[in-house]
Write a protein that binds this ligand. Sequence first.
Ligand code: NPW
Length: 254
Amino acid sequence: MTTLISQETAQDIDQWLMDPSGGAFSIDQLMELAGLACATALQKTYQPCTHPKVLICAGPGNQGGDGLVAARHLWHFGYQPTLFYPKQTDKDLLFGFSFHGEPRPPFDAVINALNETTKPILSVDIPSAWDVEKGNVSGTFTPDSLISLTAPKLGSKSFKGTHWLGGRFVPPHIAQRFKLDLPDYPGSEQVRVLKETARTYDQGWPTAYGMHSPWISTQKGFASRSTTSLEDMHRLDSESNSESDGKSDARRNL
Ligand SMILES: NC(=O)C1=CN([C@@H]2O[C@H](COP(=O)(O)OP(=O)(O)OC[C@H]3O[C@@H](n4cnc5c(N)ncnc54)[C@H](OP(=O)(O)O)[C@@H]3O)[C@@H](O)[C@H]2O)[C@@H](O)CC1
């Protein structure tokens, strides 16, 4: 059975992944892989021919950085991504494994909006405003889909929707150190499904669920886009990452 990890373990693993004697990754590299996994999970759950427009709600931490990367990949996959990035700072990349307490402004209003929307939501790592270890104790929204990064968090145990695992960057010695029992990723896949609902179609095109092939869908997505260009996505990336204190910001290079 896939290991569920605590908030503290998630943060420890993150540090080990960047430690020179651990994974020796830079934060940029991890975010690139995490963002690619998020975009891939979304593409496997919601095709551009049926869900061409994606709203990415990006928060103030590293998960927000994953959101910027995911937006760029989604554009290349044929979607029309729009970034909502309130803190310079229906996809939820507000908070990840460092969320604690009650949502504070301006993010409380975003959570309220996610509570009210009827659009499908894909959350990343842990649905925003859920307790990382106890789950949806505040009775907020439940997303349709979730992608856990590295390993599922304890709070995702009760999640009933389509559940992906991504973040294919854990070297065996770190998995052993943290006693992580993680499923294998098939072939070159960036994500794998842990739990599937009828809406997910990870296998077989186009017979499963009557969808078009990814290639046809992508071409349709490109053809129908008019408002969001790659230049816009890169401009948003760089503008939204300008730090007022002049410190270097890993997200700026995404
Ligand atoms: N190894 C992996 O798996 C990798 C994981 N990655 C990704 O990183 C994510 C973890 O990133 P992270 O540590 O930066 O934390 P994250 O949750 O994005 O945000 C923290 C920010 O939120 C704020 N904040 C907290 N609570 C709040 C509240 N109630 N209301 C308002 N604000 C609140 C907090 O502010 P503070 O409370 O500290 O003032 C801080 O600014 C992880 O989930 C995954 O998506 C990849 O990028 C790399 C590899």
